[in-house]
Design a protein around this ligand. Structure first.
Ligand code: SF4
Ligand code: SF4
Length: 375
């Protein structure tokens, strides 16, 4: 197999094809700490792209509760168990990826869910990691934990769906790195469903072809953010482009969060796909779980996030999340104002970093009413 460089692993690895990075790579950062599991992103995607026959069960965007929620059931547990030990030497991955662990004659270590595994997309919702003792009361700290994990296709740099397809029906667009299934070529072998460890390709039993997130490419081509980004109630998503670490720019919001400040980390980087959706990890979750799910950079990302409140640039960038429906190419924070710019350098939005505080007297003499704070 050809060898390619995967910066998330800090080393080369085997892949089915020669490496060919796109001219620009679709990317986003999600701040897990802000998610309220309202599922607006899920429904925005569902009503836009998957309301047709055979698509009923598909959620190209889903939000699950970790550690007990999955869609489809057990997708991460299955592949992490099949892969065996995943050892890191610092930030260099010393274990095998799903390409390197592929059985003889195959390109990817995969597994295919049963139809019923997709039947309960909200399984485990709001369930916590352990038990709460009878009579326990809140003592200022939450001894148990859970968090919401929002997931879409990662438009991976080394997609396992693409590597698994025996007909070459899956391709990665050179102009933006979006991964698509050619509906005319696909014959429904479902090798991509088996190969994608994130289970973000879905078989449509009516058309007999596989379908997946298209990154809302008609919007991307117009400079607009994808539906799940634009609709997010929690304002926890920012969409842009990611560079390789050597080419990272300080004024590119995704580069700044991932490469410069190392606040955002990929989901299960050890699998070897170099996924392009990044997460600011939850700050209240045990380190061992974070490392398993987000790699060895996760604990430092949590520390950096905790310190962000003291950092004017990071605070500014964090308020730009969800502040525009356009793709953010560049940003700047100055004099307590954060500004986002589009492709041509025009200003998309400006947001005050510190919200002004307004104190109103309880008695409103104009309307002759008294306002009480009842919360
Ligand atoms: S997340 Fe899965 S479906 Fe999306 S590009 Fe990666 S391997 Fe393919
Ligand atoms: S819309 Fe935003 S806040 Fe709501 S579930 Fe989706 S990611 Fe979470």
């Amino acid at each position: 197999m050809p060898r390619v460089y995967n910066w998330q692993l800090g080393r080369e690895m085997e892949y089915a094809y020669e490496g060919a990075r796109p001219r620009r790579q679709f990317a986003g950062v999600f701040d897990i700490n802000k998610c309220i599991a309202c599922q607006t992103c899920t429904i925005a995607c569902k009503t836009t792209w998957t309301s047709g026959p055979g698509q009923e069960y598909m959620l190209w965007n889903n939000v699950e509760t970790k550690p007990r929620g999955f869609y489809p059931v057990g997708y991460d547990v299955e592949i992490l168990s099949a892969l065996g030990p995943q050892r890191w030497d610092g930030e260099r991955y010393a274990g095998r990826t799903i390409f390197e662990a592929a059985p003889e004659g195959e390109r990817v270590l995969g597994w295919r869910p049963d139809a019923l595994d997709y039947a309960n997309p909200n399984i485990g919702e709001d369930e916590i990691a352990g038990q709460i003792d009878r009579g326990a009361a809140f003592g200022g700290e939450h001894p148990q934990w859970m968090f919401y994990l929002m997931r879409t296709c990662n438009h991976c740099t080394y997609p396992a769906c693409l590597a698994s397809c025996p007909r070459g029906s899956i391709y990665k667009r050179p102009e933006d790195g979006i991964v698509l299934v050619d509906q005319d070529r696909c014959r429904g072998y479902q090798e991509c469903v088996r190969g994608c460890p994130y289970k973000k390709v879905y078989f449509n039993p009516v058309t007999g072809t596989s379908e997946k997130c298209i990154g809302c490419y008609p919007k991307i081509e117009q400079g607009e953010a994808s539906q799940c980004f634009a609709a997010c109630i929690g304002k926890l998503r920012i969409q842009g482009w990611i560079s390789t670490p050597e080419q990272a720019r300080e004024d590119n919001p995704i580069d700044y969060l991932v490469h410069v400040r190392k606040l955002a980390v990929p989901l299960m980087p050890q699998l070897g796909l170099e996924p392009n959706i990044y997460y600011i990890p939850p700050i209240h979750v045990p380190e061992s779980y974070l490392v398993q799910m987000f790699g060895p950079r996760a604990p430092a990302a949590v520390r950096a996030y905790r310190e962000a409140r003291e950092d004017p640039v990071l605070r500014g960038l964090l308020v730009l999340f969800g502040s525009t429906n356009r793709i953010v190419w560049r940003f700047r924070v100055q004099n307590d104002v954060a500004v986002a710019y589009g492709e041509d350098g025009s200003e998309l939005v400006r947001v005050p970093v510190t919200e002004p505080v307004v104190v109103r007297p309880a008695m409103d003499r104009l309307y002759q009413i008294r306002r009480e704070n009842t919360t």
